[in-house]
Design a binder for this molecule. Structure first.
Ligand SMILES: NC(=O)c1ccc[n+]([C@@H]2O[C@H](COP(=O)([O-])OP(=O)(O)OC[C@H]3O[C@@H](n4cnc5c(N)ncnc54)[C@H](OP(=O)(O)O)[C@@H]3O)[C@@H](O)[C@H]2O)c1
Length: 348
């Protein structure tokens, strides 16, 4: 009998890839989102569903007789765990996207403390899933994800759930593409860039196709577990810049700075972290036989093409408003004047 999958958040960057992977693997997929959109790359037979998952009655109705696996891209807190566990009788198993932001180092540092002095966590390299996490709560994105995880793991066999702790997600349909930091500079033919931390920052990326593969395998083999999700390599920020330049045929001078950003809006980037964040992938390999289906380098040209196309001639804040909301509060990523002032002061 055909196995059924119900995907919440189906038209986001991860959802699009996951729906495709599941449908191509023979699942009968219902693809739910508030706008109920479809994707040209989905095989025939995928059914779209208009659903706001915050509306529990609507979710119950949409689920109908239920599904063999429910895949949730947009679960963020304990209430979402309660919502899913209340439907356990109708859901065979679940795969839910969590985040690497849950980890806390042995000094109590996490992504939540990164703006303070020496606040960036010093994680082990790589971080295993067994490593400690922030305390569950309502305070931050990370604490809420931990609460979500704990709520779902507590369901045990009544709703076997794989929590996927994703790294820095990249791919097409990314509304907050970190890659834009280098892409826009290349499009603007910016001749120079400044990278703090000697350009050696590493924030483990994960391509949407690799996440989709992990989701596909977890759907096949239900279990109550937590798994990291990262690409086969974790390139440095300098390597990412070089790779994006190569895709776009751009060349520029990279000025490397020891230590943190030397001035406001100078040297920082979406990957510009003080200590490496690399996720251990051996559990996914061991438990599910997971093998990555692509790498950062191999997937980059498609991601860059999609991002350049969406940017078009528009101001980036208009083309990527979600990205502006996420990163805009931390300063202007494209403050070329500040960069030029700092470079002039340095050489003078
Ligand atoms: N970005 C990263 O680097 C990163 C890193 C680690 C973990 N994560 C996790 O990744 C997940 C986000 O996945 P994504 O990047 O694929 O998201 P996304 O691209 O922002 O897409 C979100 C999807 O969910 C739908 N959606 C939003 N709210 C909904 C609602 N209330 N009910 C039903 N559908 C809804 C959206 O379509 P409509 O607008 O039509 O509803 C869309 O299909 C989150 O769990 C996040 O914590 C992200």
């Amino acid at each position: 009998m055909t196995r059924t999958a119900f995907v919440i958040g189906a038209t986001g960057q991860v959802g699009r890839a996951a729906v495709r992977a599941l449908a191509e693997d023979g699942w009968d997929v219902r693809a739910a989102s508030r706008r109920g959109e479809s994707d040209a790359n989905w095989p025939d037979g995928v059914r779209t569903v208009v659903l706001d998952r915050e509306d529990i009655a609507a979710l119950e109705t949409a689920l109908g007789d239920g599904c063999d696996v429910l895949v949730d891209m947009v679960a963020y807190h304990a209430e979402h765990a309660r919502q899913l566990t209340s439907l356990a009788g109708r859901i065979g198993s679940a795969v839910v996207i969590s985040s690497g932001a849950v980890y806390e180092d042995d000094q109590g540092r996490s992504f939540d403390t990164q703006s303070g002095p020496d606040g960036f966590p010093h994680y082990p390299l790589p971080i295993p899933e067994s490593y400690r996490t922030v305390t569950a709560g309502e305070a931050t994105y990370g604490t809420r994800k931990v609460a979500l995880e704990q709520g779902l793991l507590a369901a045990g066999e009544s709703l076997p759930t794989t929590l996927v702790r994703a790294g820095a997600i990249h791919g097409t349909y990314n509304l907050r593409p970190r890659e834009l930091f280098f892409i826009k500079r290349a499009v603007d033919k910016r001749p120079v860039r400044v990278l703090a931390h000697n350009g050696e920052s590493r924030f483990h990326p994960v391509h949407t196709a690799n996440l989709a593969e992990l989701i596909r395998l977890a759907a096949r083999t239900p279990g109550s577990r937590v798994l990291n999700a990262g690409d086969p390599q974790a390139p440095t920020v300098a390597e990412i810049g070089t790779a994006i330049d190569a895709v776009l045929g751009h060349s520029c001078e990279t000025v490397l700075v020891e230590g943190p950003a030397p001035a406001e809006n100078v040297g920082d980037s979406p990957w510009g972290i003080a200590h490496p964040v690399v996720y251990d992938m051996t559990a996914a390999e061991r438990e599910l036989g997971y093998r990555a289906v692509t790498s950062y380098q191999d997937s980059l040209a498609e991601t860059v093409a999609w991002t350049v196309d969406r940017l078009g001639d528009r101001d980036w804040t208009e083309a990527f408003p979600e990205m502006y909301r996420t990163y805009g509060s931390h300063g202007d990523m494209f403050d070329y004047a500040a960069e030029d002032r700092w470079l002039a002061g340095r050489s003078g």
